[in-house]
Design a protein around this ligand. Structure first.
Ligand code: ATP
Length: 304
């Protein structure tokens, strides 16, 4: 085995979508999405450590991430070892902080972090293109976390990506209503409401529309917003409160059920937080990232 460190730790940031547009169905039958992804500082932490044999998962934190064999970090590791042509011999430790099934891409980010960390542990056998191939099979949000930038436009099922220069850091408020919104349900609600009118096939951008917060605010939208707010009405109040509090962008995250606001100052964000918490929502403060986190070699593998 090519030498790499015994253990690698990697922060796995959540994402928000500054734009999420549903385009026409592709021939495969899947809806194509157009998404402007932005990574934020709220995140999980993934540690991968060589072991004698097998694949063990340890999850730290209260979140309900489902059975280990269906955990996206485990699925990512299995995919990686299959590609490597080896049996897994690994311990994964996942510190879970990102709310689950909230549209924040936590599981996808854990999968991407596992691929990146494993690649380092094994002496970088795969380049970015190789990791992206594995990522796209794991889920449509996974490739974004491997694209090299905290800001990217993606199309299709996340397999077509354009990494963009990051925007200046902004304060972020994430709010969760305490109700999960599974992605298939959000799609079903969209299909029911849309009726015979097909969604558009194309949008066009100018690079300048993606190069400042003011410009991004003008194209910000989330096509899941209305149907999800119909099911979870408090989301409307939370978004209105964030906008009234000065949020430059305030939208549903992914297909819900959390919402987020992007603020020019921490003061404005913190003031909005108090008012959103008063609506009965759980809140997290974060900032947009200027760079994706770098893997770190675990300095004390024997004492962790
Ligand atoms: P999606 O839009 O793909 O549903 P999401 O960002 O809304 O993603 P996640 O937090 O990624 O939500 O969780 C989605 C589902 O994936 C949950 O039902 C959860 O049980 C399962 N899951 C598998 N692995 C993980 C993981 N490592 N972290 C969180 N959830 C996971």
């Amino acid at each position: 085995m090519v030498g790499g460190p015994e253990a690698v730790v990697l922060d796995a940031p959540a994402k928000v979508n500054l734009r999420l547009a549903i385009l026409a169905r592709e021939e495969s039958g899947y809806h194509s999405l157009e998404s402007l992804f932005c990574a934020i500082s709220l995140g999980d932490e993934v540690t991968v450590r060589r072991a004698d044999s097998g694949l063990a998962l340890e999850v730290v934190g209260a979140a309900e991430t489902g059975p280990p064999e269906r955990n996206l970090a485990v699925l990512a590791a299995r995919r990686f070892y299959a590609e490597l042509g080896q049996e897994p011999a690994l311990h994964i430790r996942l510190v879970k902080r990102v709310p689950v099934a909230a549209g924040l891409g936590g599981g996808s980010s854990d999968a991407a972090a596992t691929l990146r960390a494993l690649n380092q542990v094994h002496g970088e056998p795969f380049g970015r293109a190789g990791l992206l191939q594995m990522a796209v099979e794991l889920g449509s949000d996974v490739p974004f976390f491997l694209c090299g930038s905290p800001l990217a436009l993606g199309w299709g099922r996340g397999e077509r990506l354009l990494a963009l220069p990051p925007l200046p850091e902004r304060a972020v408020l994430v709010a969760h209503p305490g109700v999960a919104m599974p992605t298939p349900e959000a799609f079903a609600a969209i299909a029911k409401r849309r009726g015979p009118n097909p969604p558009p096939r194309a949008f066009g951008f100018d690079a300048a529309e993606l190069s400042s917060w003011g410009a991004v605010a003008r194209l910000a939208r989330n096509d899941f917003g209305e149907v999800v707010a119909e099911r979870i009405p408090v989301l409307r109040d939370a978004l209105a409160t964030m906008r009234a509090g000065g949020a430059e962008v305030a939208l549903l995250a992914g297909s819900g059920g959390s919402v987020f606001g992007v603020f020019a100052s921490e003061g404005a964000r913190d003031a909005a937080r108090e008012r959103v918490e008063a609506l009965g929502m759980a809140c997290w403060v974060a900032r947009t990232l200027a760079a994706l986190p770098a893997p770190r070699v675990d300095p004390a593998p024997d004492t962790a």
